[in-house]
Write a protein that binds this ligand. Structure first.
Ligand code: FMN
Length: 226
């Protein structure tokens, strides 16, 4: 069970990191973690994912362009259909996760300007030195989106195993044309599914205390044996 103990520790260590140290991750380590993520299973082994990783000047250029666009009210436009509104317990969990984050940031939930400022951290990549953009095939559907999401999770667990942190960000996928322009992705035919900041986590930052709880095992599993 030693491997399982280790796996559980890594899975529990992973969290959405919203404050990073400026220190860059070695290119060889990033490549090793991407290689680990390529073990992800996919329907008929299609492996429908493409990852663009940006750092340095390209990331600085993108950060400026995104903050400029979002602060001046440019609306998001998604290449992959955005989810609808959450209802019932899903809405309650969404609010709970947001409130927990706001509490660590000293943001009053009813203060619209403070909420907008909190949201803007997404577009500064929470100070991360690297951002990854995950693309699915141009004609891909739900199946490919699910496969790419699994790839993202394997990558995030590999990052956690290496002592690194990540934040998956649907917010970034609302600005594909800005991302394409800043990263000069003229030859990327795919659809942008997800953005992700990653790097060394700043565990001293108060946002590290925002740990949204999970439903119990009994709430998520039903056993059937007769
Ligand atoms: C597909 C996806 C999109 C997400 N988008 C964002 C985002 O845009 N900004 C953000 O701060 N967190 C984002 N998150 C992080 C979730 O809020 C977070 O995973 C959830 O609240 C559970 O917290 P934990 O990851 O720390 O356990 C996203 C997570 C996923 C899986």
């Amino acid at each position: 069970m030693r491997d399982l103990d280790l796996f559980e520790a890594i899975a529990r260590r992973r969290r959405a990191v919203r404050a990073f140290l400026p220190q860059c991750v070695d290119r060889a380590l990033i490549e090793r973690l991407v290689a680990a993520a390529t073990t992800t299973p996919s329907s008929c082994n299609t492996q429908p994912w493409t990852l663009h990783i940006t750092s340095g000047m390209a990331l600085d250029r993108l950060r400026v362009a995104l903050i400029d666009a979002v602060s001046s009210g440019v609306p998001p436009e998604y290449e992959v259909e955005a989810a609808g509104r959450y209802e019932g317990q899903f809405r309650e969990r969404q609010i709970d996760a947001a409130v927990r984050l706001f509490e660590t940031q000293g943001v009053d939930r009813n203060d619209k300007a403070a909420r907008a400022a909190s949201m803007l951290h997404n577009f500064a990549f929470f100070g991360a030195p690297h951002a990854a953009f995950l693309f699915m095939p141009p004609d891909g559907g739900l199946r490919e989106a699910a496969d790419c999401s699994k790839f993202a999770q394997t990558f995030m667990l590999a990052l956690a195993a290496a002592g690194l942190g990540s934040c998956p960000q649907a917010s970034l996928s609302g600005y594909p044309s800005i991302i394409r322009a800043a990263l000069r992705l003229d030859n990327e035919p795919g659809k942008l599914l997800l953005g992700m900041s990653f790097g060394y986590p700043d565990d001293e930052d108060p946002t590290a205390l925002a740990r949204p709880p999970r439903a119990t095992t009994q709430d998520v599993v039903c056993f059937h044996s007769d």
